[in-house]
Design a protein around this ligand. Structure first.
Ligand code: PLP
Length: 401
């Protein structure tokens, strides 16, 4: 990103290079997305359920966006339900299927590394009489298929395993999980908030029944998302009211947001190859540069299949939070884990589930790039970070003396 006047609250300098490497928390909206959304705030502002021309124009735009989302997933538009984001999609999928299938069984299988949107929904279902198995993961953050197989019981009605992890980027063997679920008549949901539009896949090929999407992770607006629901999957709606979204999600559609999501998905699809090559090369340059110049650094979840834009690195001997703040002063935005849990000073539940040592968990920083990241961004981090880490390590040594 370019040199911009610094407007971040903590920065005091009039101008400073700003490098945003926290795209798994949220990403800047693509100007082409904003352009496509704008008419739906002021000119074509109709309610998509209204019969008049204003309403019809809004409906047409909503359906075009639905088609765009469906194309990326390789499915039919009628299987896409628009929601307020990844959290609502996860809640709807897990709760909606569990409650609908309660008479068939009360067991859900998920993993310990899911986003809180899935974990909290599972916890609340436990209070309502469901039994939930939270599968552990290996040191690379991946679930084991044999553990999953063993966990399945005749009462299992739902398996929910995320596609790519938001903190470390590890990719779960979703295709094999889908196959295992389908062959046993179990519904399979995957949270693909961090993978959709970034790596190529189709819902049919991976035998996915439900899939969560969030627009703001792929250069679309915040507060809008989608849930893919295979046409024959039974699901109780979470939101009750009007007959919107084929009675699967009540509430007046967020037309500008939906248009933005559709456009963001289309652009992501068109640029996926570039994303996979260019962004991975930048991530690798960043990672190799850090490991090569800063002693006592280690990548978390770095081997096996992983998202091309994520690097989670522990700077041993430092507190990740302190390093995050020091980098923020230099105009560099990173994260210590998931956006919703950073600030809570709770150790990352994902790194804990990976059985990493406490000192390594506390020292972790997540760098997440996007297609808007540049080589200059990476080089600025590589110039700044070694001195910052050295200064902080020297200071903590002095304190110990
Ligand atoms: N699932 C995953 C894996 C995420 O990373 C996030 C957001 O960080 C969500 C769900 C929630 O999405 P939203 O912010 O759109 O509610």
């Amino acid at each position: 990103m370019a040199w911009l006047p610094c407007q971040v609250g903590r920065c005091y300098h009039g101008s400073m290079r700003k490098v945003y490497l926290d795209n798994n928390a949220t990403s800047p909206v693509d100007p082409a997305v904003v352009e496509e959304m704008t008419p739906y705030f002021v000119e074509d502002f109709g309610n998509a359920s209204s019969i008049h021309t204003f309403g019809q124009r809004a409906r047409a735009a909503t359906e075009e966006a639905r088609g765009r989302v469906a194309r990326v997933l390789g499915t039919k538009p009628g299987e896409i339900v628009f929601t307020s984001g990844g959290t609502e999609s996860d809640n709807t999928a897990v709760r909606g299927v569990a409650c609908q299938l309660r008479s068939r069984g009360n067991h859900i299988v998920t993993t310990q590394v899911e986003h809180p949107a899935v974990l909290s929904t599972c916890k609340s279902l436990e209070n309502e009489g469901f039994r939930v198995t939270y599968l552990g993961v290996d040191r690379e953050g991946r679930v084991s298929l044999s553990d999953l197989e063993q966990a399945i019981s005749p009462e299992t009605v739902l398996i929910s395993v995320m596609h790519a992890n938001n903190e470390v980027g590890s990719i779960h063997p979703i295709g094999q999980i889908g196959e295992m679920a389908r062959s046993r008549g179990i519904v399979f949901h995957t949270d693909a908030v961090q993978s959709v539009g970034k790596i190529p896949f189709g819902v049919d090929e991976l035998q996915i029944d439900l899939l969560s999407i969030s627009s703001h992770k792929l250069h679309g607006p915040k507060g809008v998302g989608a849930l893919y629901v295979r046409s024959d999957v039974p699901m109780t709606p979470l939101m009750l009211g009007g007959s919107h979204e084929r009675r699967r999600r009540a509430g007046t559609e967020n037309v500008p947001g939906i248009v933005g999501l559709g456009k963001a998905m289309q652009i992501a699809q068109d640029r996926m190859e570039d994303f996979n090559q260019r962004v991975q090369a930048l991530r690798d340059r960043l990672e190799t540069g850090i490991l090569g110049t800063i002693p006592d650094t280690v990548v978390n979840g770095g081997t096996g299949r992983r998202m091309p834009h994520v690097s989670n690195i522990s700077f041993l001997g430092l507190e990740g939070e302190a390093l995050l703040i020091a980098l923020d002063f230099q105009g560099i935005a990173v994260s210590t884990g998931a956006a919703c849990s950073s600030g809570s000073l709770q150790p990352s539940h994902v790194l804990q589930a990976m059985h990493l040592e406490r000192s390594r968990i506390q020292a972790a920083i997540r760098f997440s790039l996007s297609r808007m990241s540049t080589q200059e961004d990476v080089d600025y981090v590589l110039e700044t970070l070694p001195q910052t880490v050295q200064r902080m390590r020297d200071t903590s040594l002095e304190r110990l003396r």
